[in-house]
Design a protein around this ligand. Structure first.
Ligand code: UD1
Ligand code: CA
Length: 477
């Protein structure tokens, strides 16, 4: 969550972050750069950025390379409120992690403080772990702290080499490691907190004397040891610091994030019937005593009020649902506002600009769009209500349609308070119906109806008494 209060911790030094987002992610087999792939509704790469802000970073530099403009757009879209504090640095060629960090140097030229270095494809890292890095670095009075972990299989990772006292001597990359070093189980997760002054002065001293002929960011650890200020470490769970490299791992990360988010809501008083099947974006806010049935999806900027009940299979995006609202199964909301104790669905579709007041009923197979509906009004069956202002206490009969589109422009239908609309009526907008008016069933209303009157606009019924059709000629053969 992007609550500003999470920034109010009091770190000893100002904080910034560099998030490495330049890699292509070949194993995703995608034209979309890896960190732009959505993870519960927003770019995977945005999660480490958000965690850095939550841990107190004032500014974040994302280093982009492959698909830079797509990645930049995806990150800004994911974190609109953080956008003023996000900068981008281009790494045109991916020459390793140290080179990537160097690409961010000019953006942070005037920054004095501590810098987080994070990976855009390690989305599950928690702000608590980043705060633990601050504490560990402060306690050790070291210029660098980093996250390590103990995976089941350390193949491919940099190994943590400690001395007899347990101080971190250096990190040895897999390809440079001796057989003895390959047996080390503790690995470098690749997440750091480094003093800016130490970072830039050390990077300037690195060479490419290694198996990959690369500048190794991990050499900072050796430099810290040689300066008698060995790196501090925080040990994290493997799951939290695992990178996402392909779509199997993306699905695993989605599930892990889903569990984390759903458990947070459950502990805060939300009943989630079958948690495995419910996907809630991190940005969604849910009050206590809400019940969420199976297969529900809550997305984006959505807020659910106390005591609301969200029926099975409903998908609610960027919407505000009031207290004690009942959403019956399989209803779809997009940019809608629903007042308290409203009753929606089953199978209702609220499209953008639907603003329903308290105690409104919108029933099965009713679609609303740019529709303001007043207190307690009801449209219970099979209607299209688009571009309309419906007053309070209105009864909209089954099968009512607002004909809002003339082929070029959209027009509004206005129904005053207390209007009664008979079933199967059409309003050819623009049209106004005064309050307490009646519309006869089956009417096509093309002209305004004054307050308190009855309008009927339909073909008259004709009855032919004693009518017998001509007998049909008998078919032959
Ligand atoms: C690095 C560490 C290794 C650690 C591992 C953890 C170094 C030298 N090694 O390995 O000790 O165990 O991370 O995963 O740092 N990236 C860029 N630009 C680049 C290179 C990488 O943006 O030029 C990004 C990648 O997209 C990825 C992250 O940085 O998100 C890590 O890159 P990767 O190549 O996986 O790390 P290694 O260097 O193999
Ligand atoms: Ca590499």
């Amino acid at each position: 969550m992007t609550s500003p209060s999470t920034n109010s911790i009091n770190p000893t030094a100002p904080l910034a972050a560099i998030v490495l987002c330049a890699g292509q992610g070949t194993r995703m087999k995608s034209t979309l750069p890896k960190v732009a792939h959505p993870l519960l509704g927003r770019a995977m790469g945005s999660y480490p950025l958000e965690r850095a802000f939550e841990a107190g970073a004032e500014r974040v530099v994302a280093v982009t390379g492959h698909g830079a403009s797509q990645v930049e757009a995806a990150l800004l879209r994911a974190l609109p409120s953080r956008a003023p504090h996000i900068e981008f640095a281009l790494q045109a060629e991916q020459l390793g992690t140290a080179h990537a960090v160097l690409c961010a140097q000019s953006a942070l030229a005037d920054f004095k403080g501590d810098v987080f270095i994070l990976y855009g494809d390690v989305p599950l890292v928690r702000a608590e772990t980043l705060r633990a890095l601050i504490d560990a670095k402060t306690a050790a009075q070291s210029p660098i702290a980093l996250v390590t972990t103990l995976p089941a299989d350390p193949t491919g990772y940099g190994r943590i080499v400690r001395d007899e006292q347990g101080a971190m001597r250096r990190i040895v990359e897999h390809r440079d490691a001796s057989p003895g070093e390959l047996a080390i189980g503790e690995i470098n997760a690749g997440l750091y907190l480094v003093s800016a002054s130490f970072l830039w002065s050390s990077l300037a001293r690195l060479d490419r004397n290694n198996a990959q002929n690369e500048l190794y960011l991990t050499d900072l650890v050796r430099l810290a040891f040689e300066a008698d200020t060995p790196a501090a470490t925080v040990v994290a769970d493997v799951g939290e610091v695992s990178g996402v490299n392909d779509r199997v791992e993306l699905a695993r990360a989605t599930r892990a994030l889903q569990n984390r988010i759903n458990e947070r809501h459950q502990r805060a008083g939300v009943t989630i019937e079958l948690s495995d099947t419910v996907l809630i974006d991190e940005s969604v806010e849910i009050a206590p005593d809400v019940t969420i049935e199976a297969n529900v999806r809550l997305k984006g900027d959505t807020r659910i009020g106390r005591g609301a009940h969200i029926g099975q299979g409903s998908v609610i995006s960027d919407s505000t649902v009031g207290e004690a609202v009942e959403v019956r199964p399989y209803s779809i909301f997009e940019e809608a506002i629903v007042g308290e104790a409203a009753l929606i669905g089953p199978f209702a579709r609220l499209r953008p600009g639907s603003e329903l007041a308290a105690r409104v009923h919108v029933g099965n197979f009713v679609e609303t769009k740019k529709a303001r509906v007043g207190l307690g009004s009801k449209a219970n069956h099979l209607s299209y209500l688009g571009d309309c202002d419906i007053g309070a206490g209105v009864n909209v009969g089954a099968g009512t349609i607002t004909c809002n589109y003339d082929g070029v422009n959209k027009h509004r239908t206005v129904l005053g308070d207390g209007v009664f609309v008979g079933s199967d009526s059409q309003f050819v907008a623009p049209v106004n119906v005064g309050k307490d008016a009646y519309i006869g069933a089956g009417s096509t209303i093309t002209e305004d109806v004054p307050e308190g009157s009855l309008a009927i606009g339909r073909g008259r019924q004709v009855v032919k008494v004693g009518y017998r059709p001509e007998p049909k000629p008998k078919s032959r053969g």
